[in-house]
Design a binder for this molecule. Structure first.
Ligand SMILES: *Cc1c(COP(=O)(O)O)cnc(C)c1O
Length: 372
């Protein structure tokens, strides 16, 4: 097969030919032409969440986690106290990196198959006045749960606490309105729902808190305030930018706007998700989450109960048929995940289900049904 395999993973993901072609050019990082690409990209990223009046956006080299780390280092004072709303693997990662940077960290834990609760946060903040910032993962990619951003932001605002949102796997697809939802920092990256290639993240910082962020980061490379000030003065990134990644993301955002922006992207992903879940259900598979918790980003399925099931063989079978699945991230039960995002539509989802059906047959597994 000379077609690239379809990536059913939450980043890197399948990109369009136009996005790939945008990388076939070398740019000078100091040159006015490249600075114009960066400036236009920053402005259009703010547009995605209607943030022109309230926020600035600061891009940063590296994978998404680099930007989460940078946001915490830039926004939370050294003597700050972070409360992480934890319902999965990415929440635990945010707690760990905050702790490693020397911030005091508390965790409010929820089950992995439920959303975090704004009411529980409200109670906790009422009894823990020392907490300065809350970290919320908007879509917990470890399972696919959508967490209640609007409600959590309202509770944080009422208590006067800062809010840091990891919107890595939701930005561009799920609605986020910076005009009505108050957050201090919101983090996303190039290689997720905007359908660019991996290599850079970006953080939206609330203008009202910008000045207080000066000199706070203990890391030179990850100081978002410094990156912001330098970019404002020179139009350039402080250190070598991932030029090809920036060009690809700029082209991907152009296509995002052409498609119809956030509502159109959400509609396509929701259709992908429905097609996937319905097709898999017909094969006997059952998703981990109740429908109302499921974000149309990535779906966790229970592994089949049949003794012949083995994730490695299942994965290789789907891969040989052109589709890359994703391992599960739960420790207690055996699962696997299938992404709904990327430059793919209903046809690819139906083909993926067919590839899974053929793989099961090859493995001698009559049904994908999990253990009761
Ligand atoms: C992808 C993702 C990240 C960043 O992961 P990297 O591997 O560093 O790109 C962080 N949080 C969430 C929720 C994600 O989906």
């Amino acid at each position: 097969m000379d077609r690239d395999r379809i990536l059913l993973t939450p980043g890197p993901l399948t990109t369009t030919l136009r996005t790939k072609l945008a990388m076939l050019k070398d740019w000078g990082s100091w040159d006015a032409d490249f600075n114009a690409v960066t400036a236009s990209l920053r402005s259009r990223l703010l547009d995605v969440v209607h943030g022109q009046q309230t926020h600035v956006v600061v891009p940063l080299q590296g994978s998404g986690t680099f930007s989460v780390e940078a946001a915490v280092a830039t926004v939370v004072p050294h003597d700050g106290h972070v409360l992480v709303l934890d319902n999965g693997a990415y929440c635990k990662r945010a707690a760990r990196l905050s702790q490693m940077m020397g911030r005091q960290v508390s965790v409010l834990a929820f089950g992995e198959d439920e959303a975090v609760s704004a009411a529980a946060l409200d109670e906790r903040l009422a009894t823990s006045p020392g907490i300065t910032h809350v970290i919320l993962i908007h879509c917990e990619t470890g399972t696919g749960v959508e967490n209640p951003l609007v409600e959590v932001a309202a509770v944080c605002e009422r208590h006067g606490k800062g809010l840091i949102v990891d919107a890595m796997s939701s930005f561009g697809a799920l609605p986020i309105d910076a005009r009505s939802v108050r957050f201090d920092a919101l983090i996303a990256a190039s290689g997720k729902c905007l359908e660019g290639v991996p290599g850079m993240g970006f953080v939206l910082l609330r203008q009202a808190i910008l000045d207080s962020c000066a000199g706070r980061s203990q890391s030179l490379a990850m100081d978002l305030h410094d990156q912001h000030v330098y970019m404002g003065k020179t139009g350039q990134w402080r250190f070598t930018p991932p030029t090809h990644v920036v060009a690809a993301l700029s082209e991907a955002v152009t296509q995002y706007v052409e498609e119809g922006g956030q509502p159109a992207r959400l509609a396509r992903y929701a259709d992908n998700c429905r097609t996937l879940i319905d097709g898999m259900a017909a094969l006997g598979f059952r998703p981990l989450l109740r429908a109302e918790l499921q974000a149309p980003i990535i779906v966790t399925f229970h592994a089949p109960a049949h003794p012949a099931y083995d994730f490695r063989r299942f994965y290789e079978g789907a891969k040989a048929r052109g589709f890359m699945l994703y391992p599960g991230k739960l420790t207690q039960i055996e699962t696997f995940r299938v992404g709904c995002i990327g430059a793919i539509g209903r046809n690819e989802m139906n083909q993926a289900v067919q590839a899974v059906a053929d793989t099961l047959r090859e493995m001698g597994i009559p049904s994908g049904a999990p253990a009761r």
